[in-house]
Design a protein around this ligand. Structure first.
Ligand code: FES
Length: 101
């Protein structure tokens, strides 16, 4: 979910150009300048993967590129940090969230 209504207490959000990406095979709207993690969370996805040893969920943890908890697959390339990678038009983003442990 993105902020769409503004109050006088919040400054207006300046968004980049609207683009379209694919998230787990479904079309999704994004904006230039957004991180992959932002788009995934806007799509309601907070679990990006599962720990191989325990099956526990992983997703945004540090939000600054240190923990590697937010790895996703982008255009077929794995191990991309969603919190450090900007979206691009027609990008294909895949999470492991749909895979049951
Ligand atoms: S959330 Fe820690 S590296 Fe992305």
């Amino acid at each position: 979910m993105r902020i769409t209504k503004f109050t006088s207490e919040l400054p207006a959000v300046q968004r980049g150009k609207a683009i379209e990406v694919q998230v787990n095979g479904r079309r999704a709207q994004a904006f230039e300048g957004e991180l992959i993690s932002t788009v995934l969370q806007a799509e309601g996805i907070s679990v990006f993967g599962r720990k191989h040893q325990t099956g526990r969920p992983s997703g945004i943890y540090c939000g600054m590129g240190v923990c590697y908890e937010c790895l996703v697959t982008v255009n077929g390339a794995g191990n991309i940090r969603a919190c450090q990678t900007l979206v691009a038009d027609k990008m294909k983003i895949e999470t492991e969230a749909q895979v049951k442990p």
